[in-house]
Design a binder for this molecule. Sequence first.
Ligand code: GLU
Length: 426
Amino acid sequence: MHTHEVPSYLAKDNLGPWEIYLEQIDRVTPYLGKLAYWVETLKRPKRILIVDCPIQLDDGSIAHFEGYRVQHNTSRGPGKGGVRYHQDVTLSEVMALSAWMTVKNAAVNLPYGGAKGGIRVDPRKLSIHEIEKLTRRYTSEINILIGPDKDIPAPDVNTNELTMAWMMDTYSMNQGRTATGVVTGKPIALGGSLGRRDATGRGVFVAGAEAAKRINLSLEGARVIVQGFGNVGNASARIFHDHGAKVIAIQDVNGTIHNTNGINPHDVLDHIAKTGSIAGFKDAEVIDPKDFWELETEFLIPAALEKQITAANAGKIKAKIIVEGANGPTTPQADDILSEKGTIIIPDVLANAGGVTVSYFEWVQDFSSFFWTEDEINKRLEKIMIEAFKGIWDVALDKKVTMRTATFITACTRVLEARALRGLYP
Ligand code: GLU
């Protein structure tokens, strides 16, 4: 790995996923031609806001939570990207996630830059009332950065439609007018879009199906293993299942379940709704979480957190196609090991772009106050995903690079073209 200049606000030993992102930028630079002149602009986020969010807990005491909003790039439009609540959130992680949003939005040609937010908190330890207070305080603290034409947050890990409702309401109260377009991923009753909930999973499926077509792999009976059963993992599993594929293993924080005859993800969802956890699902056996990676399968869908596929387990992975539902699940070293073996990796910045694509539709609908049918949304989503996939697949063949580098070539070219045209101010 190259050594990179470390921004003064980051501890040298805590680069985390930001280091992975920089390595990805190094890998694409030789393919950027004259635009490489501008590549340094991608190696620094445009704006970083660190906020303290104090809230009164239910027991009367005060707790402080550190929050972030990072706008990585706004060359092509306002900042766009989710907000995550997790006990391990760090600035360097949010920086990397914001940069991946820049690449993702450009890869599928949405008129957005890239941004991301997060709060270092374990939401399982807070009551719903405390989470609402935290969300409202965080929204007020980042109020100076966000807005329908400035930076538009959305759900991510451990945030959902309800979180977005509170964010929209808080921003609107501060502005003195209802501004539905300030966040996406809202409930339908507040200007949310039909199809947004399953959009990321639908995009993961479309990307996986496009890759399968190109290697003559039939979806009928194709085996699928999924890590993570949140919004992305469960929708991906359901949609693959509904198209004839066989989900044979699911892993989440509570364990790993496996059944070579197939697991019905709809039943797993029902089980979780009843018991709160994947544990105890009766139509599958529990296996060691480490064995998950070595299962014989056609598709592997990481849909949880970063750095899950590393040099330590990449060599054992048997999947033909990896569709990255999560952001940043694969390290550059693992990328090399897998592409050497001929595994197709559809990178996060393409594979999971379905979510932000339907966020874009939601934002457009909010601006025009005219709402589309679910069928129309799904068709437009599929069209964008298929066209982006095709363009990037062709770049990969043409330049003899991985799908990840091809996606970065396509996206970084778009971002840097805009950068070059705008010029440096002043
Ligand atoms: N958090 C999602 C992502 O990582 C969605 C972002 C959005 O809809 O703005 O792509």
